[in-house]
Design a protein around this ligand. Structure first.
Ligand code: SF4
Length: 376
C-alpha cells in the first residue's frame, strides 16, 4: 500500500494559529504546478512498484487550484504510477473556495473524497483565528458537499479561546446535522512564530483553561461514538468503511511520496523532506534536482514511531508485533516501561495488545514518548 501527497503551498490569508508552509502570493503558481509534475517524474523510483491506494492534495489550500490544474497533477501521477482500482483521491477544501460547478468539476477530474476545513460554525471563532470563510459559507459548503459526495471529512477545532463546553457542543450538533461520514478534530495549539503565539505573549488573546479543553475533547468522543463513529485515531473519527486510507497508511508505516515544498516522504526506512521555500524549491527543480534532506531511521527510531502511531490508533501495540519486528530485547524493555502507566490506568492490556484508556487518550503523545528508547 503506497500513497502520494501533494503539498499545494498557497493560501488566501494566514490563519493565526497556522505554521504550515504556504505563501499568500500566487506569483509562482504556474511555475509551481509545472515543478510539481516534474518532481513526480524525478521521483518515480521512490515508491515500491505497486498500485497507489491514495493520492492526497493538502497544503496550503489545494482548493485554490482549478479542476483543470488538479487533473493535470493527477495525470502526471497516472503517467508514472499505476493506481489501485479503488484509489482514494482526497482534496482539502476551504469553504470560501466553493463556486457553482466546482464540486462537479473536481469530481470529473478524479477527486472522490473531500476534507473540508470548516473548523467552527461560529463567526466570532472564525474571525479570531483569521479564517478566510464565514459561518454562512461553512453551512453552504457542507450542504453542497453532503449532496454531491459520499465520502468526505470535516475538520473542527476545539479549545478555541473564549469557547465553552456548551458552545463546543453546539458546534458538534451542527456538524452532525450534515451526517458527515468522517470528522477530524484537533485541539488548538500555539505554534512557534505564529500570530497566535504573539497575541498570547502580549495578552491580547487568552487561552482556554486546560480543564475545559479536556472536557471538550471528552464530549467530542462521547457524542461522536454515540452516533456510531469509530474513534480510530486520537483526532479522527469515521463511520464504518470511511476511515481515511491516506492517514491510515501513515500510521501503518506504509511508504508515501510527498511532492512540493515542505512535503515529507517515507520509504525503505528513510525519511525525507523538501525545502520549505517556494522560490528555492522551484530553482532546484528548474535545474533538474531536488532541494531535499534525507535521514535513515535507526532501529530505535523505527521502534519509537511504531509505539507512537500504535498508541494513537485504536489498534494499539501488540507485544507479538514488537517481538516479530524488533526482537525479544525490545519487547522486554516495552513491558518494563509500561508498568507505571498500567498502574496509573493510562494503559491497559487487551489480550496481547496494549491500548490507551479513554481517560488518557488526550495525553497519548506524552505517554508514548515516555515509552521511547533513546539512540546512543
Ligand atoms: S488555510 Fe490551512 S494551511 Fe492556509 S493558513 Fe489556514 S490553516 Fe494554514
Amino acid at each position: 500500500m503506497s500513497a502520494i501527497y501533494f503539498h499545494i503551498p498557497f493560501c488566501k490569508q494566514a490563519c493565526h494559529y497556522c505554521n504550515f508552509h504556504f505563501s499568500t502570493s500566487l506569483k509562482y503558481k504556474a511555475e509551481m504546478l509545472e515543478a510539481l509534475t516534474s518532481e513526480v517524474f524525478l521521483r518515480t523510483d521512490e515508491l515500491p512498484n505497486e498500485p497507489l491506494k491514495s493520492i492526497y492534495f493538502g497544503g496550503g489550500t489545494p482548493s485554490m487550484l482549478s479542476p483543470t490544474e488538479i487533473e493535470t497533477l493527477l495525470n502526471s501521477v497516472s503517467t508514472h504510477f499505476s493506481l489501485d482500482s479503488n484509489v482514494e483521491i482526497t482534496l482539502e477544501m476551504n469553504p470560501d473556495d466553493y463556486a457553482p460547478n466546482y464540486l462537479k468539476d473536481i469530481k470529473s477530474a478524479g477527486v472522490n473524497r473531500l476534507s473540508l476545513g470548516v473548523q467552527s460554525f461560529f463567526d466570532e471563532e472564525l474571525k479570531l483565528m483569521n479564517r478566510a470563510h464565514t459561518a454562512q459559507e461553512a453551512y453552504l459548503i457542507m450542504d453542497e458537499v453532503s449532496r454531491n459526495f459520499d465520502n468526505y471529512s470535516m475538520d473542527l477545532i476545539y479549545g478555541m479561546p473564549y469557547s465553552s463546553v456548551a458552545s463546543w457542543m453546539k458546534n458538534i450538533e451542527i456538524a452532525l446535522g450534515f451526517t458527515p461520514p468522517h470528522i477530524s478534530s484537533y485541539a488548538l495549539t500555539v505554534e512557534p512564530k505564529t500570530v497566535l503565539e504573539n497575541q498570547v505573549k502580549k495578552a491580547k488573546v487568552e487561552l482556554l483553561d486546560e480543564e475545559i479543553v479536556l472536557t471538550q475533547f471528552n464530549v467530542l468522543v462521547e457524542q461522536l461514538t454515540q452516533k456510531g463513529f469509530e474513534h480510530y485515531e486520537v483526532s479522527n473519527f469515521g463511520q464504518e468503511g470511511f476511515h481515511s486510507v491516506n492517514n491510515s497508511s501513515y500510521w501503518q508505516g506504509k511508504p508515501y511520496l510527498g511532492i512540493g515544498p515542505s512535503a515529507h516522504s517515507f520509504y525503505d526506512n528513510q525519511r525525507s523532506w523538501n525545502i520549505n521555500n517556494n522560490k528555492k524549491y522551484l530553482e532546484g527543480i528548474a535545474q533538474g534536482s531536488l532541494t531535499i534532506e534525507r535521514e535513515r531511521l535507526t532501529l530505535i527510531d523505527q521502534y519509537n514511531e511504531f509505539i507512537m502511531t500504535g498508541l494513537r490508533t485504536s489498534k494499539g501495540v501488540a507485544l507479538n508485533d514488537i517481538q516479530a519486528r524488533f526482537g525479544e530485547r525490545f519487547a522486554g524493555l516495552f513491558e518494563q516501561q509500561l508498568e507505571k502507566h498500567l498502574l496509573q490506568q493510562n494503559l491497559f492490556w487487551d489480550g496481547d495488545t496494549v491500548k490507551v484508556t479513554q481517560k488518557a487518550r488526550f495525553l497519548v503523545d506524552g505517554i508514548a514518548s515516555d515509552l521511547f528508547l533513546l539512540n546512543r
